[in-house]
Design a protein around this ligand. Structure first.
Ligand SMILES: *[C@@H]1O[C@H](CO)[C@@H](O)[C@H](O)[C@H]1NC(C)=O
Ligand SMILES: *[C@@H]1O[C@H](CO)[C@@H](O)[C@H](O)[C@H]1NC(C)=O
Ligand SMILES: *[C@@H]1O[C@H](CO)[C@@H](O)[C@H](O)[C@H]1NC(C)=O
Ligand SMILES: *[C@@H]1O[C@H](CO)[C@@H](O)[C@H](O)[C@H]1NC(C)=O
Ligand SMILES: *[C@@H]1O[C@H](CO)[C@@H](O)[C@H](O)[C@H]1NC(C)=O
Ligand SMILES: *[C@@H]1O[C@H](CO)[C@@H](O)[C@H](O)[C@H]1NC(C)=O
Ligand SMILES: *[C@@H]1O[C@H](CO)[C@@H](O)[C@H](O)[C@H]1NC(C)=O
Ligand SMILES: *[C@@H]1O[C@H](CO)[C@@H](O)[C@H](O)[C@H]1NC(C)=O
Ligand SMILES: *[C@@H]1O[C@H](CO)[C@@H](O)[C@H](O)[C@H]1NC(C)=O
Length: 592
């Protein structure tokens, strides 16, 4: 790495700030509509109309899934699915670095009819039947890279038909030798310097985002340099409703404040809007027009409107700076720690800035919510010129439930894929379930009801992290919550054919390990290709139709009752058992 430094010194003097098209925001005429939706009442008109389009696609797919994969009796669901009544499925993919991206890829592929075997021994068609998909940190690398790459399939990636997810070399080392590493670095920096020259604050998170894109985008479109999160608005696969609605989740950071589920503001970034449903904010701005200085949603300078701030790599980096948070606690000599440390030094040297007051947040400046009379100032969201975002898992909610709990979205069932590393040997223990459960009783998270869950000790003891579990099976038992939450199907990373409890810090995977992770994920989501339980697809169908049945007062069939006996967590004595504060373990997330 020392060598890298020396070569850098030489190259720095040679490189012109030659233009890389696309990373820096570009000036446009200002939009005529207000950029801010305050109070966040209801869905945006854009989302509403998109969802009605998606409904037309999910309905026939779900009918087919219930009929041919779940093998449910027609009587059970037929009356529940028609033009005026549709079920809504949400999928949530947790953080956990490349472990979460790859295990999540396996889980997702099991629901995707395009995956080999998914229609025979998997849950093929469920992805096509889903309305929403949220991702956080490593889970968001999965969701974001599929969404931003024309909703390509995991199958096409593992078949090398779509050239992304090359993890053979640590991605920050690029070609694997120092010279190529420096060239790659300089390519990132050229992009980032252009953003700086355009008048925007940049920091290491911009580099992090660009670095991730070397893995998440193909080379032949410049590693996504010009791809924005809002560009989906012009992408046929999205506008026609042929993919679920992707939502990236991060946390807002207020300097010096340690994040807990009870006081974090969860930011969601969807193709139309950027903002939060939380009581600390209750406001959304337009994703496409980030980077504009506004007062109450009106541009202050009518000649200074921009587009392109919402670079997809920057958005995915914002949701996933956990590596950086963990840097100070990592042991010297760990490849990733060393690599990032050197990258950080190179970055600030190149920018001609000191690292002294470096923050480990993604900086969104101007802050779209400042100078907004409606935003609550209590949590400081609107107080500062810059809005800092950090890893969505830093408040212990490592599964991005929040957007899917919003009552306005009317989601019936959430499939939650947990690939976090809560236990010493790096398996999930349901900590994120507990965090989301507890959050509903805080003022900031009220309005996002979540079913009762046991403590992490019980989850481990009863091996609820070794087999899928349903939470919130009976709406009637949930009436003391703010509203009836979706039924939650919890599926935790576990080992079948591959030891998928790899370190969050692991930055490279051989091709065979990568495929091993993905296949193990497929097996986890399918209960080992339906061999652990040949009725698993049926039980999934029963979970999907449950809320609809309850709304219509329809009784469950015997088949579904049996499934619920098998998969529902119901232990009255454990209600409210999890009132102990969640230990975060990440310390002070805002400073080095
Ligand atoms: C659609 O389904 C709902 C719920 O089952 C039912 O009340 C309604 O009558 C159905 N409408 C049609 C047109 O079948
Ligand atoms: C499960 O099915 C997948 C896809 O067909 C296959 O690759 C894998 O080997 C199977 N796993 C087991 C344990 O049979
Ligand atoms: C996106 O994928 C669809 C379906 O596979 C394909 O027809 C289309 O050409 C692709 N679009 C782009 C821009 O690659
Ligand atoms: C985080 O670090 C900053 C700067 O060192 C300090 O001012 C602040 O009190 C710390 N916050 C917590 C919660 O430890
Ligand atoms: C870092 O912050 C301190 C305290 O605000 C300030 O005095 C110092 O000038 C800053 N350093 C740089 C390089 O900006
Ligand atoms: C993975 O889990 C196994 C079994 O629990 C354990 O022996 C192993 O140490 C774990 N691996 C890591 C990297 O923690
Ligand atoms: C379901 O049953 C409850 C209680 O019996 C009744 O109040 C409600 O109107 C019924 N709903 C429907 C849609 O039939
Ligand atoms: C709901 O409450 C009933 C009655 O107390 C109980 O029998 C049932 O097990 C509960 N269901 C769940 C999922 O907790
Ligand atoms: C559970 O906790 C909530 C909020 O603290 C409280 O309102 C409710 O009464 C408690 N329920 C039980 C069964 O203890």
């Amino acid at each position: 790495m020392i060598k890298v430094f020396i070569i850098l010194q030489v190259l720095l003097s040679l490189v012109q700030s030659a233009a890389a098209e696309g990373y820096a925001p570009t000036t446009v005429g200002c939009p005529t509509t207000n950029l801010l939706r305050s109070s966040a009442l209801g869905l945006s008109p854009e989302e509403k109309s998109w969802v009605s389009k998606r409904d037309q696609i999910t309905r026939p797919h779900l009918l087919q899934f219930l009929q041919t994969r779940a093998n449910l009796d027609d009587d059970e669901y037929f009356a529940l699915l028609n033009d005026s009544n549709n079920m809504k499925i949400g999928l949530a993919f947790s953080g956990g670095g490349f472990r979460a991206m790859l295990a999540g890829a396996g889980h997702l592929s099991a629901l995707d009819g395009r995956t080999n075997g998914a229609n025979e021994i998997g849950l093929g068609g469920l992805l096509e039947s889903s309305t929403y998909i949220s991702g956080l940190s490593g889970g968001n690398w999965l969701v974001g890279s599929l969404a931003m790459n024309n909703w390509t399939s995991v199958q096409s990636i593992i078949d090398n038909e779509y050239p992304i997810w090359n993890l053979a070399k640590p991605f920050f080392e690029a070609g694997g030798n120092a010279y190529e590493g420096v060239i790659t670095f300089l390519n990132w920096m050229k992009d980032i310097v252009l953003k700086k020259h355009a008048g925007f604050t940049v920091n290491f998170l911009d580099v992090w985002g660009r670095a991730l894109c070397d893995v998440l985008f193909p080379a032949d479109n410049g590693f996504g340099v010009g791809v924005t999160w809002s560009s989906l608005q012009g992408s046929a696969v999205f506008t026609s409703g042929n993919m679920p609605f992707p939502i990236s989740v991060a946390d807002a950071v207020i300097n010096g404040r340690e994040l807990t589920p009870q006081d974090s503001t969860v930011i969601e970034i969807n193709p139309f809007e950027f903002g939060s449903w939380d009581s600390s904010e209750k406001a959304f701005t337009k994703t496409k027009y980030l980077g504009i200085e506004v007062e109450n949603g009106q541009p202050i300078n009518a000649n200074a409107c921009v587009v392109g701030y919402d670079n997809a790599g920057f958005i995915m980096g914002s949701s996933s700076n956990i590596f950086y948070n963990l840097l100070p606690t990592m042991k010297d000599g760990q490849l990733l720690a060393d690599g990032l440390e050197v990258l950080g030094d190179m970055t600030y040297k190149y920018l001609g800035e000191s690292r002294e007051n470096e923050t480990y947040q993604a900086i969104y400046q101007p802050n779209p919510f400042s100078k907004n009379e409606y935003s609550s100032l209590d949590y400081g969201i609107a107080a500062s010129d810059a809005l800092g975002l950090t890893d969505g898992g830093n408040d212990a909610q490592e599964i991005p439930f929040a957007p899917l709990l919003e009552p306005e979205r009317n989601i019936d069932v959430v499939f939650a894929f947990d690939s976090s590393d809560n236990t010493e040997d790096k398996w999930p223990n349901g900590k994120s379930l507990v965090a989301s459960y507890e959050r509903q009783f805080s003022s900031i998270g009220s309005g996002a009801a979540f079913p009762y869950v046991p403590t992490t000790e019980v989850i481990v003891e009863e091996k609820l992290n070794k087999k899928p579990v349903f939470f919130g099976c009976d709406a009637l038992n949930l009436t003391s919550l703010a509203n009836v939450p979706p039924l939650v199907v919890y599926i935790a990373n576990r080992q079948y054919s591959f030891a998928s409890n790899t370190s969050t810090m692991k930055a490279s995977y051989s091709d065979s390990d990568k495929l091993g992770m993905i296949q193990n994920g497929f097996e986890t989501a399918t209960r080992n290709n339906m061999t652990d339980d040949s009725h698993w697809a049926t039980c999934v169908g029963c979970a999907v139709i449950r809320r609809s049945q309850e709304r219509m007062n329809k009784t469950q069939s015997d088949v579904c009752s049996k499934c619920f006996e098998e998969y529902c967590w119901s232990d009255k004595s454990s209600l409210n058992a999890s009132s102990t504060p969640v230990s975060l373990g990440y310390g002070n997330v805002t400073t080095h």
